[in-house]
Ligand binder design. Structure first.
Ligand code: FES
Length: 131
């Protein structure tokens, strides 16, 4: 698909891929979204008119942390900040004695580009339609 970017005098047509993103909510219900590729999963939802759980948008607060239930291999490798925050989370869990999460499937949706079909389970909050 194509989309226009830029202002009236300099707009360009940009080719982009569409992906199927399934979201499992707290009750177990699954909602399917058609989202365009984007620099972050968070951006992909916003571009489509939805609000994904988030706070800081830079990898600090952890509000966007989600379990990638399916399709983890479709996503790019973690960047330095995401890797560092994940290690900090792991240390915090070890200190508290609770290791409930499978960290290999945990991603920060503000720091992970959408590059394939995936199934997500947000660990806090839910997807909402923007007003
Ligand atoms: S929005 Fe804060 S860590 Fe992703």
């Amino acid at each position: 698909m194509f989309r226009a970017i830029g202002d009236r005098s300099t707009y360009l047509l940009q080719y982009f891929m569409m992906f199927v993103v399934k979201v499992i909510n707290a009750s177990g219900a699954v909602t399917e979204y058609q989202l365009a590729e984007a620099p972050s999963i968070l951006n992909a939802f916003e571009d489509a008119g939805y609000q994904y759980p988030h706070g800081c948008r830079v990898g600090v607060c952890g509000s966007c942390i989600s379990e990638v239930v399916d399709g983890i291999e479709q996503l790019p490798q973690r960047d330095f900040i995401e890797q560092r925050r994940l290690e900090e989370l792991r240390h915090e869990e070890q200190k508290s004695g609770s290791c409930a999460l499978d960290h290999t499937h945990i991603r920060f949706c503000c720091r992970t580009a959408l590059t394939g079909d995936i199934t997500l389970r947000p660990l806090s909050g839910s997807v909402k339609k923007m007003k």
